[in-house]
Write a protein that binds this ligand. Structure first.
Ligand code: ZN
Length: 238
């Protein structure tokens, strides 16, 4: 199913969620471009796996290869400069007094959407696809559905052009994301998501688990491990 000749821009970090979103978009849109943001992440592993993931997705289906267009990498040094968080500084990853994890960069996704909106406008893309998820959003208020809907209205008004923000993972958990990968691209896509996408906050690509690479200890690894275990369990029982 494609939606006309529409172009979509996918916020693509190289993580599990955004990789599934990219495959989701490749199924639907005639042309799909990707954007990544470099904001001084303490570990650039995610950004490093992006090109390989794009190549692997292209190799999976000729139709996807034909649809996959340019990749854009936007440097956001200013975001790093104003952030005092565990992802960009050598601080511990924990839950801070305000109830948010110290990995939280305040308003990060709002900033991403603004830049993505400007880029989408320039590239003639009417659709922006992003992996925000309210189900296990780790307390990030800018992943909430209402926040995303408000951004869609703000961008459409501010650009004077209808922009639609799609968040296919909004109401599913990590197990559902693994299931979606399998549903869209079968075992090949599931294996790619497990082996080649990156979630670990510590940037660990040396320890291999059944759910992929990671330290196995950080919140991102825990979420991914639990999600994968649930996915396998549900697959066996249904
Ligand atoms: Zn980890």
């Amino acid at each position: 199913m494609t939606e006309g000749n529409d172009t979509a821009l996918v916020l693509f970090s190289g993580g599990q969620d955004s990789t599934v979103c990219l495959a989701w978009a490749l199924e639907r849109y005639a042309r799909v471009e990707t954007v990544g943001f470099d904001y001084g992440q303490r570990h650039a592993v995610e950004l490093e796996v992006r090109a390989g993931l794009r190549d692997s997705l292209s190799a999976m289906r000729p139709q996807w290869a034909a649809r996959l267009g340019e990749d854009h990498l936007v440097k956001l040094d200013a975001l790093a400069a104003i952030s005092e968080t565990a992802l960009t500084r050598e601080t511990a990853i924990e839950i801070a007094a305000d109830g948010l994890p110290t990995t939280f960069v305040p308003g990060r996704n709002l900033i991403f959407f603004c830049f993505a909106g400007a880029l989408a406008y320039r590239r003639g893309a009417r659709h922006i696809v992003a992996g925000m998820c309210e189900t296990d959003y780790s307390g990030y208020p800018d992943c909430r559905d209402d926040t995303v809907k408000a951004m869609q209205v703000a961008l459409s008004l501010g650009l004077d052009k209808r922009v639609t923000l799609h968040t296919p993972l909004m109401w599913i958990d990590k197990a559902g994301t693994f299931a979606m990968a399998e549903q869209i691209g079968g075992n090949a896509l599931l294996d790619l998501v497990v082996a080649d996408t990156h979630s670990c906050y510590l940037g660990d690509r040396t320890h291999r688990h059944d759910w992929g690479y990671g330290c196995g200890e950080c919140p991102a690894c825990n979420l991914r491990a639990q999600g994968y275990a649930k996915f396998i369990h549900l697959r066996k029982t249904t």
